[in-house]
Ligand binder design. Structure first.
Ligand code: ACM
Ligand code: ZN
Length: 627
């Protein structure tokens, strides 16, 4: 053997004995701020483990960390010792989570390294709606345990909503009389576990809307006692007596820094007519119901502050003026967060487009019924919580929300949560420049495997089908005569679902699994569309594509009519194709309505007929192709 060959063989042998340094990057989620590999390995069972709280960070690696140092940690693995250091018990806890992930990956033999780590954002949360469907304390505790492994540190507990009030209140037995709910002991048990996992639990007591469940038992707290309504009356003092009482009990039970008061989607119509609300507005010089809502939220905020807590509300609390010190949870998009941050308020970003994990994470035809949107893992991962916000300092953090209208079981709950909550963990913790989709995807696959081994029911990421694709001929300019051609639409599409306007229909691309991307939406009218081919062509097929999302009141057209013209004025009927999709099916459907035959024409007209029996019915179409 030549010496160089021996050296190479030796090097290979040595390398294969110790894990390759770069592989650590493929192990830890969320990915840490910095990892420095060192020579050698450490036998875990032989190593001395030392956990230390550092009081003085001068000259220490932690000293360089400026943001969220209270959650930072330093972990050094040498041949014979493991040292975890942090300024707080939280930091030490995170060092333990990192060490546990290293142990899962490497077992007994850990590569030597140094990790210095701190989160980008202080707040990394998950919201669970337990009103629409109830999830008992054991189910909640299971989730907390998994979140903690990924350094998720806030649980936003949506305890009240129109379907049911889920937390026992002294003096108000009617609130929880006939529904599954948590006892004070249940709450205590969850809080004790959360404490040990360094997760802050933020209770939400929803007001002034989404409160039909309270109307059912205490109708006197509403503007209209005899008519079912969601909004508390802001004019009546008894309403504030009630709300302050339940908030006091909640603050006492939870003792969290933050209390969430909801504030979203209040219908203000009753307030405009109610004598009590009108009197309140006169007495306080409030010009409209936005200001009335703001006055009510302000009063509640003041009350919460007086008890030593801070208030969080959904971004509607911006309407009519924001209460001093209020934290805005921006859900309707980025705008609420941008406006609140510009006004110097702290924000928690949870925009629907990236953070609403009640939407399907894959091809919805094969997924459980959901709210109707499409939010794959990658889209959660790609979200930067500071997106659009000038001063990142005001972004407290980010959260995913799981509303449970369609989620009734623990299995389904977990299926929606994982792996998308792992992506939340990383976008909340890791710096942008440390993020990498391919790396994260590989780690998410392992995280799913690991969670499943622990008994969690996760979405099968390795079988992910991905975004909707377009049949090849439709994007082929040699085949599709309609590609890029002018389109005229008789009944206007809705401005909220306008994609790229008329050209959407001949862009050679199908819309997304979700109706908000690449689709034109038509409310309570037929789609009446003419494609101009520019000159007379021989035509053997016309295809019009439609989608159905029952949960969004979007149905297939009852039929689609095709007609042809040389001059764009006089159309010859070509035929009518009836819908064959089941319109009671809650799972989304996608259908190509096709005319086949033999004709010559310059203009092709396609009319989709909307359901006549349903007010609020939509039609959605995304593509027309002709060959
Ligand atoms: C919300 O999704 N209504 C906050
Ligand atoms: Zn009223």
């Amino acid at each position: 053997m030549r010496p160089s060959f021996i050296a190479a063989a030796l090097a290979t042998l040595l390398l294969s004995c110790s894990p390759k340094p770069e592989s650590v990057e493929k192990v830890l989620t969320p990915t840490p701020l910095s990892i420095d590999m060192a020579e050698g390995t450490c036998r875990f069972s032989k190593a001395a483990v030392r956990n230390t709280i550092i009081n003085n960070t001068e000259g220490h690696a932690l000293g360089k960390i400026e943001k969220n140092r209270n959650q930072a940690y330093f972990l050094r693995i040498t041949r014979d010792s493991i040292i975890a250091e942090a300024c707080t018990p939280v930091g030490l806890f995170y060092a333990q989570q990192t060490l546990a992930q290293l142990r899962d990956a490497y077992g007994e033999t850990l590569p030597c390294m140094e990790i210095t780590d701190a989160p980008r954002f202080a707040y990394r949360g998950v919201m669970l709606d337990v009103s629409r469907h109830f999830f008992d304390k054991d189910c909640i505790k299971r989730q907390l345990k998994l979140w903690a492994k990924y350094k998720i540190n806030r649980f936003h507990w949506h305890l009240t909503d129109g379907i049911a009030w889920r937390i026992e209140m002294k003096g108000y037995p009617e609130l929880t009389a006939n529904v599954e709910h948590y006892t004070p002991e249940d709450i205590r048990e969850v809080l004790d576990l959360a404490d040990s996992l360094h997760i802050e639990v933020i209770p939400e007591i929803e007001m002034f809307g989404h409160s039909e469940e309270v109307w059912k038992v205490y109708p006197h707290l509403f503007c209209t006692e005899n008519e079912r309504t969601s909004e508390y009356c802001i004019g009546k003092e008894s309403v504030f007596t009630f709300l302050e009482d339940v908030l006091s009990q909640t603050m006492e039970m939870f003792d969290s820094e933050y209390i969430h008061i909801g504030g979203d989607e209040a219908y203000k119509g009753h307030w405009a007519k109610c004598p009590d609300c009108q009197r309140r507005m006169r007495e306080n010089g409030l010009k409209n119901t936005d200001e009335l809502q703001s006055w009510g939220i302000g009063r509640i905020s003041h009350f919460i502050n007086s008890k030593g807590h801070k208030m969080i509300g959904w971004d509607e609390i911006l309407e009519g003026g924001l209460a001093p010190g209020a934290v805005v949870m921006s859900w309707r998009g980025l705008d609420g967060g941008i406006a609140a941050a510009a006004a110097g308020h702290e924000v928690i970003m949870t925009p629907g487009r990236y953070c609403y994990i009640n939407n399907s994470q894959d091809d919805p035809r094969f997924e459980p019924v959901s709210q109707g949107g499409y939010l794959p893992l990658k889209q959660v991962y790609e979200y930067d919580p500071a997106m659009g916000i000038e001063n990142e300092e005001y972004v407290m953090g980010v959260q995913v929300n799981l509303w449970t209208e369609y989620v009734a079981t623990q299995k389904h709950l977990e299926y929606m949560l994982y792996p998308r909550s792992f992506a939340l963990a990383e976008i909340g913790w890791s710096m942008n420049e440390r993020k990498n989709w391919e790396s994260f995807h590989a780690r998410a696959l392992k995280a799913v495997e690991s969670a499943e081994a622990m008994g969690y029911n996760c979405f099968d990421l390795k079988a992910e089908k991905g975004e909707r694709t377009t049949p090849q001929w439709i994007s082929d300019p040699e085949v599709n005569l309609a590609l890029g051609k002018d389109v005229t639409i008789a009944n206007p599409y809705h401005k909220q679902y306008s994609a790229s306007g008329e050209s959407t229909l001949t862009d050679g691309k199908f819309g997304s699994w979700e109706c908000g991307k690449g689709w034109l939406g038509f409310l309570e009218c037929d789609t009446d569309i003419v494609v101009d081919l520019g000159e007379e062509k021989e035509i053997s097929e016309v295809m019009a594509s439609y989608g159905q999302w029952y949960t969004l009141w979007i149905w297939m057209p009852s039929s689609v009519r095709f007609s042809f013209s040389q001059d764009g004025v006089n159309f010859e009927p070509g035929g009518e194709v009836l819908n064959t999709v089941d319109t009671e099916d809650m799972i989304p459907s996608f259908a190509e309505f096709k005319w086949n035959g033999n004709t010559k024409a310059r203009y092709v007209r396609i009319e989709g007929l909307v359901r006549r029996d349903e007010a609020g019915a939509w039609l959605f179409t995304d593509e027309i192709a002709i060959r």
